[in-house]
Design a protein around this ligand. Structure first.
Ligand SMILES: [Zn+2]
Length: 240
């Protein structure tokens, strides 16, 4: 039986039997894995730390007789404790981990994506508007999937002014002659551009940038359509 030590973020957990927990972990080096933490729900658990959604941990995983890995040791990195302090941060954090779960398949290592998730969760502690961090993460996930929307000009005819609509099936923003899909305000156009085309750091420092509810709604629709599934936690980003 071999064991592996890895840095992980807990994306999701579900109870198993009396005191066990199945944890869906996004690891830095091995992609998404599923592991059972035996006895972790007992107060006398010997694992070393709890395992909860949004925990950032170092784990020792062992391969068992079945597909399922088992957690031998857990050590908290404590890095995302700030996320649970506040309802808005928690809500945004849950959107990030649910999206990360939906966007990954098991045992497919992707360190760049791990870093995206880790950084987004770390940023939640500093950004004045947590929902904007989650919205930006949704767009970054789309870009990572190779499905970045066209924002520079009309996705249909190339016109670069008078962009008034957004339709993911058409590829992104559309001008008034090509318009279809949902209408977008100039503020939303500007904000999406800043998020995806340079300027994200500035966006993350702002309190409630104009157009953010609209852009959140566009991001949710776009990611749900790209991943082919609904994101439950995303409803809290408003507008949806
Ligand atoms: Zn056009």
């Amino acid at each position: 039986m071999n064991t592996v030590r890895c840095e992980a973020i807990v994306l999701r957990t579900y109870k198993l039997a009396e005191a066990d927990l199945i944890c869906v972990l996004l690891t830095r080096d091995h992609g998404k894995v599923r592991a059972v933490a035996h006895g972790v729900r007992r107060t006398s658990s010997k694992l070393g730390s709890r395992m909860e959604v949004l925990d950032h941990v170092d784990v020792l995983l062992a391969k068992g007789r079945t597909e399922l890995l088992s957690v031998r040791q857990v050590e908290s990195r404590g890095a995302f404790d700030h996320v649970r302090d506040n309802y808005e941060r928690l809500a945004a954090g849950l959107v990030i981990v649910e999206t990360a779960d939906a966007a990954t398949i098991e045992h497919h290592a992707d360190e760049a994506f791990f870093e995206m998730v880790r950084r987004a969760l770390a940023t939640l502690g500093e950004a004045p508007t947590p929902s904007v961090v989650a919205t930006a993460f949704l767009f970054k996930t789309l870009a990572h999937e190779g499905a970045s929307p066209v924002l520079e000009h009309c996705a249909s005819c190339g016109e670069d002014t008078d962009l008034v609509a957004f339709d993911l099936a058409e590829g992104g923003l559309l001008c008034s002659s090509c318009r279809r899909g949902r209408p977008v305000s100039p503020e939303a156009v500007a904000l999406m551009r800043r998020i995806l085309l340079g300027g994200l750091a500035g966006v993350l420092r702002e309190e409630g940038p104009p157009g953010s509810a609209e852009v959140a709604s566009i991001a949710i629709d776009a990611v749900e359509s790209n991943l082919g599934r609904r994101l439950r936690a995303a409803r809290v980003l408003g507008a949806h």
